[in-house]
Each structure stands twice: as C-alpha cells, then as structure tokens.
Design a protein around this ligand. Structure first.
Ligand code: GDP
Length: 482
C-alpha cells in the first residue's frame, strides 16, 4: 500500500545509493524504483567504483548490444567457415552468452556470476531468451537489450553443447589443443556441478590469455562461481575496489540486475501488503527437501520447530495451565512467511500457534503463498511464483533457509540477511544442532575447484585468500566470501 500504510513512511533510497540509473520509464517496471518502499534503508552502500563501473558497462552494452553495427560485425562470421576464421575481424566488442539451465535459484546465481565476470573482462552479457526470462525480469540496461536475438547464428547448436563438445574449453585443455596463435571465434564454458577443474578454472591468468581474445563465450552454469574469481590476482585487485565489503557482491549485483516484471511484482506486493506489512516482526522460513522421496517429513518439521525455538526466532508455546494472564506487555504480531513446495510445514506451524497460546502472549501468524508440490521449471506461472517467493523472503526481518538450496541463497543474499541455515538431515533424522547462524550473507559456491590458480593440486581452495572460506552449511566444503 503505497499511500496509506507504513510503507510510504520509510525513508527512501530510490536509486539504491547510485546503483540504478534514473533513465527508465517507471511504469514499465514498477519494481525497479518501488522496491525501496518495501525495504529498510540499506546498511550497505555500493562503492563509487562499482557505480562508475556499472555506468561504463551500460555504455558498452549500448554500443555493442543487439541491433548495433558492432553486433552485426561480431556475428557476421560466426557459425560458418569458422576454421578459416583466423584472418577475419569480429569487430571491437566481445560477448558472453548466458544460457538458462536448471532451477530459478541456480539461474539467478549464475547470471550474477557471469555478469561480474563480464564487468571484469569488459564483455557484453546477452541472455538466452528462449525460456521465460522476460516473464520474470525487466531489462536491466538502459536504451538497449540484454536479450540474445533469436536469430543469433549459433542458436540452433547451443542446446547440444556439453563437456564433449570440441569447443568446450575444459575438453580442449584436456586434449591439449589450446593454441594461443589461432583464436577460435567462440568457446563454450561448462561450469556445472560435473565440471572438471579445467572447466572451472577458466578465470585463471594463464587461461584468460587465450579466452580473453575469443569474441564469443557461451556459458552453461549452475553454480555461483564468484568466490573463485578472487583466485586470479588481476581480478582480485579490481574486486577489492569494486566490493570493499566482500560479502556484498551478490547483494549489490542482484539489486542492480534483477527487477521482477510487473506481473511478479504484483504478486510480491499483494502478499506483502496483506500479510507482512502490519506485523511488528517478520520471519521467513524456506523449506527445501532434497531427499529422493521429497515431501512432508516429521523430522524436517521437528527441525523447523527446534531451530526457531532454540534460536528464539519464534516464541515457545505456553505449557498447559500456565497460559499468560499478565497483559502488561502489548503482545507483538509476528508474521511468518513460509515457502516450500509442500503445504504441510506451514499448515502444522499454523495449527501449533492456533491451538495453544504462546508463553509471551505474542501472536504468530503463518502464511505460505504457494503450494506447487513439484518443481516445474520453465512453466511461466510456476517460475513467477518462485521468483515472487524468493523476493518476499528477502523482505523479511530474519530468515531461516535450507542448506544447499540456491533458492534460499538468493532470498537471503538479496535481502542482505545472514540466515539461520537448516542443516541437511541425514538418514531421516533431525540434525543436532538443527541450524546455525551464517556469518556471511553471500551465496555458497557449492562445487568449487579443488585448488587455486597457482597452487598445487592438493592445496585446499578455502586456504588461498583469507576471505574465501568453506560454507557454513557444508561444513568442510563449498566456497563462500566472508
Ligand atoms: P534449489 O534446487 O533449491 O537449489 O533451487 P532452484 O530454484 O534452482 O530450483 C528449485 C525449483 O523448485 C525452484 O526454482 C522452483 O521452481 C521450485 N521450488 C522449490 N522450492 C520452492 C518454493 O518454496 N516455492 C516455489 N514457488 N517454488 C519452489
């Protein structure tokens, strides 16, 4: 409720500390300038250097983007007679194409990673629009387009690119056919959970000496590879200037890039205004169940209750006979936003707080927007609901998320929230402790390379730079910025 409720009284920072330009038409994408109405004033400011880098990126994108002379020039010789490419010019612009694969959380994390790599290497990011990306997000770059044109010469081949593809960088390394004197017009980067170290380490200085000259990079990724970019000393120098607060990388990039379309934003604001805006405190709980037979499990329900009570995120129930009669304190209204594919977790929580009073007298209201039951990636309305829910979670005051879930990572990082992470249950048991508070709000790189750029094979990649360490939810694995 823009005029009337407490939303309008919050101090505003419409352009997010200069992160956003004022150059867009507001009505075409309401979330872009309205999101600040729904958030607390951010304690994290983007650096001036990041802001200036984004403005120069926008100029570059405008100069090289679809429909420009430069784009035409760059695509002219692509896809046919590439073997005789050596003497041909691809023009002044270089590109990186992001291909939509895996779930929405994965996609958001990888697009942010690809964008950061593009910022560091002065490439132009274009996104594969054949999936529902434009039903989810507005255009982030002014006076141009981030959508890869449908008549892009390699469009017909992209889906078949995999580890076996002859222009897959890791495969070329393995087959020792890297030749820095002949630069291919395009390369495929395979940065998935099953990648080899050779694929994952494309950012190292020795790899960049070739890759940097290739006009077109096509990427399929499902991991947040940002933490590993710091292993390249050249990038590191830049990154420290861009992000003096190291655990704000995704936070700023996501707020710059990902503006939900009006349709999704309507879902976000209707939920917020109906269920969250009047509460004294809000808590988000994201429940992701990864076991093969997914659904409702008592041990997961017990874990949610154990975590929220132990960490004092929700009040305990009054024991029978000792219902609070003391009403000197004004009871607080706590709104709990639950997101899950399954409805049972929030149904149970709701019954729990309806059937018995709390020991504090506080009122707990439980709300779950959707109940999709199973993942239906690429179905428009399903993906829109998923995005609306990630975004809503990011608007809560405190958040509990599930270990290893990129859906949860997006929600807490976008919100600037250090989550309580529900450990992944093993053998059908409630983990003890049930959850732990994260010390950084960044997403985790779930399947990082085993070592750094210079290091020998067995050097732990969490020991290379002091602020890149293992993730809290994986204990001795993953990489994350702190
Ligand atoms: P991850 O698998 O947890 O890392 O997250 P992803 O977002 O990559 O993939 C899971 C997909 O399942 C989501 O994109 C949604 O399509 C669906 N999904 C999982 N959890 C939820 C949820 O809480 N709400 C909704 N609406 N969809 C969900």
């Amino acid at each position: 409720i823009i005029n009337g409720s407490n939303v309008s009284e919050k101090p505003r920072d419409r352009l997010l500390g200069g992160l956003l330009t004022a150059d867009f038409d507001e009505a075409s994408c309401l979330s872009r300038y309205q999101s600040s109405l729904y958030r607390k004033l951010s304690p994290y400011r983007p650096s001036e250097y990041l802001v200036s880098k984004l403005r120069s990126y926008e100029m570059l994108h405008k100069r090289c983007g679809p429909g420009t002379k430069a784009y035409k020039e760059a695509t002219k010789n692509l896809g046919h007679d590439e073997d005789n490419y050596a003497n041909k010019s691809a023009g002044e612009c270089r590109y990186i194409v992001w291909v939509a694969v895996y779930g929405l959380g994965n996609r958001i994390l990888t697009l942010a990673s690809v964008f950061l790599y593009a910022l560091l290497t002065e490439r132009v990011v274009l996104v594969d629009q054949r999936k529902d990306i434009s039903d989810l997000f507005c255009e982030p770059f002014p006076a141009t387009s981030w959508l890869l044109p449908l008549d892009f010469p390699l469009m017909g081949q992209i889906d078949s690119y995999n580890k076996e593809y002859s222009r897959c960088y890791g495969t070329m390394l393995k087959n020792q056919i890297i030749n820095s004197t002949s630069i291919p017009p395009h390369l495929y980067l395979h940065i998935l959970h099953d990648s080899r170290d050779g694929d994952k380490m494309f950012f190292c200085a020795k790899d960049q000496s070739l890759i940097d000259k290739v006009p077109w990079l096509i990427v399929k990724a499902n991991v947040y590879f940002v933490p590993s970019l710091w292993f390249n000393p050249n990038f590191q120098t830049e990154l420290v200037k861009l992000f003096p607060q190291k655990d704000t990388v995704f936070y700023h990039l996501a707020r710059y890039l990902f503006h939900p379309t009006n349709q999704v934003w309507g879902m976000v604001t209707r939920s917020y205004d109906a269920y969250l805006s009047r509460a004294d405190e809000t808590l988000g709980i994201q429940v992701r169940v990864f076991s093969r037979r997914a659904g409702y499990f008592k041990h997961v329900m017990d874990q949610i209750v154990a975590c929220t009570q132990r960490e004092k995120l929700l009040p305990e129930l009054a024991s029978p006979g000792s219902e609070p009669t003391n009403t000197t304190n004004i009871p607080k209204l706590k709104a709990v936003l639950v997101t899950s594919l399954y409805p049972e977790y929030s149904d149970n929580l709701k019954s729990m707080y309806w059937e018995r009073p709390t020991s504090t007298g506080d009122i707990v209201e439980v709300y779950q927007p959707s109940r999709e039951r199973f993942q239906q990636t690429d179905k428009k309305i399903h993906d829109q609901k998923a995005l609306a829910e990630m975004y809503l979670l990011s608007l809560t005051d405190k958040i509990v998320t599930s270990a290893r879930s990129t859906f949860g990572y997006v929600a807490h990082s976008l919100g600037g929230l250090k989550p309580w992470l529900l450990y992944q249950p093993a053998r059908g048991k409630t983990p003890d402790p049930p959850c732990a508070r994260a010390t950084s709000m960044e997403p985790c790189f779930l399947t990082p390379p085993t070592h750094g750029c210079q290091a020998k094979k067995r050097t732990d990649s969490a020991k290379i730079v002091p602020f890149v360490r293992h993730c809290e939810d994986l204990r001795h694995d993953g990489l994350k910025l702190f």
